[in-house]
Design a protein around this ligand. Structure first.
Ligand code: CU
Ligand code: CU
Length: 286
């Protein structure tokens, strides 16, 4: 049992140890394995494939397990490290301490959007991205998406999602218009709603965060720790609610065989959502 802290509460020593552990995982090649795994499971609901991670009810449990695996890798390097969370409803500007030189470094420069400051700047020699969508190997960011500005979601928007008493609704994909899961995951493209909460944050950061290789930017882990924390808040607020679907949907629609009911085992770990509903045996949020 260990704590996951708000990144704004990390001491200087804690930040240094986290950064060191990230850089060591990178050097060993382990870090990039996690990026590749995320790319493999970046399956859209337009595809005829299993969909455990995105555009799907198991968005929360899949990422919980994914973060746990990553955290175990970090802790194999330094047992005192855990993944902090970034509450972007509060730390919501490019001048937040999150983006300082002693943690994640700052915004990308104009033009190629290359991050020039902090431990993950290409020029430091310790961080080559895996190059998912472009040939660039430098970490890029475009905080606020300068060409087509987008704002971080507000507490009000998050609270609206938290107040939905239903976990998820049919058709269990990116067009589900109600339910906590897609209100937070935030797809809106196919029915022209604006992209919300979780997805909007990926867009706000830009660079690899805007695509399948999002863990190429270490802020990914802090963003998803906050998503995981929001899931715990939703569970607490709706004790009578719970993960849905309870079993694979029986209606013969196209998503039936691609989504995961509460006891269906998700790849690549062969673990069911029901085994991941309680985070308190692993960590707690402080
Ligand atoms: Cu993801
Ligand atoms: Cu994400």
């Amino acid at each position: 049992m260990y704590n996951r802290k708000n990144q704004r509460d990390l001491t200087r020593a804690e930040k240094r140890r986290l950064v060191d552990a990230l850089l060591r995982l990178k050097r060993s090649g382990r870090y990039d394995e996690f990026v590749v795994m995320h790319q493999e499971f970046y399956v859209s609901d337009a595809e005829d494939r299993l969909r455990p991670a995105h555009m799907t009810p198991s968005f929360f449990p899949w990422h919980r397990r994914y973060l746990l695996e990553f955290e175990r890798a970090l802790q194999a390097v330094d047992p005192g490290v855990s993944i902090p969370y970034w509450d972007w409803t509060v730390d919501n500007t490019p001048s937040s301490s999150l983006w300082a030189d002693d943690l994640l470094g700052g915004n990308g420069r104009p033009g190629d959007r290359q991050v020039m400051t902090g431990p993950f700047a290409y020029g430091q020699g310790n961080w080559r991205t895996s190059g998912g969508t472009t040939d660039d190997r430098f970490l890029a960011r475009d905080l606020g998406r300068s060409r087509n500005p987008v704002a971080l979601p507000t507490k009000k928007e998050v609270d609206r999602a938290l107040s939905d008493p239903v976990y998820d609704v049919q058709p269990w994909n990116s067009v589900s218009v109600e339910g906590f899961r897609n209100r937070i995951e935030g797809w809106g493209i196919r029915d022209s709603r604006p992209v919300a909460n979780h997805n909007r944050v990926h867009q706000w950061v830009g660079g690899p965060m805007a695509g399948a290789g999002s863990p190429d930017d270490p802020v990914f882990w802090l963003h998803h720790a906050f998503m995981d924390l929001l899931w715990t808040r939703w569970q607490k607020a709706h004790p009578g609610g719970g993960y849905l679907p309870g079993r694979k949907p029986s209606s013969p629609d196209s998503d039936r065989d691609r989504v995961f009911g509460i006891d269906d085992r998700m790849p690549p770990w062969n673990v069911a959502p029901s085994q991941l509903l309680d985070h308190t045996r692993f960590y707690r949020y402080v």
